[in-house]
Write a protein that binds this ligand. Structure first.
Ligand SMILES: [Zn+2]
Length: 215
């Protein structure tokens, strides 16, 4: 499934990225800490001690529960909200590195780069709550320039055909291109429209492979 703008490899976070992540974590902690403290109080009151007792002392258990909950909230919020938000700022990659990729997408990456020298950007591993990119078994092949002109559409069609013809060899399961899903077995179907050209795969092909395992 495709939900994000195809980004560069997040393993190559630059200094800006690190600074942003740090700042975001601190801000989130500031908001999460009081919420977590209230939750910790409630848990302790209900399970372990009367309210009057709790009020008199700040127990180590309460501090521990609050700290752990705040850190967890900050980590989850950071992963889901910040990682995609950071991507445009960090767009730098040419063709993707093989970092984080399983064997099939590595083969696809190299085959597309070799046969289609006009392709400059292939995005691979990235945080993806829905799986395929995070599992390292999907790639996004970005069509350079204006994706609406006939040459771009023809290029995308060629790459799709190339991948499907070599589906066995490359482990390709399906390709998504221009709001259609094309399976390795030759079947195809239109997809429900989503809210952007990126999400509708007019700007890039999404390639899902079997995996299967890391080199
Ligand atoms: Zn994708």
């Amino acid at each position: 499934m495709e939900y994000y703008e195809p980004p560069p490899n997040p393993l190559t976070l630059g200094l800006d990225g690190v600074a942003l992540v740090t700042l975001w974590s601190l801000l989130t902690l500031l908001i999460a800490a009081p919420i977590a403290d209230i939750a910790a109080r409630a848990i302790l009151t209900r399970c372990f001690m009367p309210r009057s007792e709790l009020r008199r002392r700040v127990s180590p258990a309460r501090i521990t529960i609050a700290a752990v909950a705040a850190l967890a909230l900050a980590a989850v919020a950071g992963w889901f909200l910040l990682a995609p938000a950071l991507n445009p700022a960090l767009a730098a990659a040419d063709t993707t590195s093989d970092a984080g990729l399983q064997r099939d997408p590595i083969a696809v990456n190299h085959a597309v780069a070799e046969h289609f020298p006009q392709i400059q950007d292939i995005a691979g591993f990235r945080p993806d709550p829905f799986g395929e990119h995070e599992q390292g078994r999907a790639l996004d092949v970005l069509i350079p320039g204006d994706p609406t002109i006939p040459q771009s559409i023809a290029l995308g069609d060629d790459i799709r055909d190339f991948l499907l013809q070599r589906a066995n060899e490359l482990g390709v399961q399906h390709v998504i291109w221009r709001q259609h899903l094309y399976r390795a077995d030759g079947t195809a179907e239109p997809m429900q429209p989503r809210d952007s050209d990126v999400a509708n795969h007019f700007t890039h092909l999404h390639v899902t492979t079997a995996g299967p395992g890391y080199p």
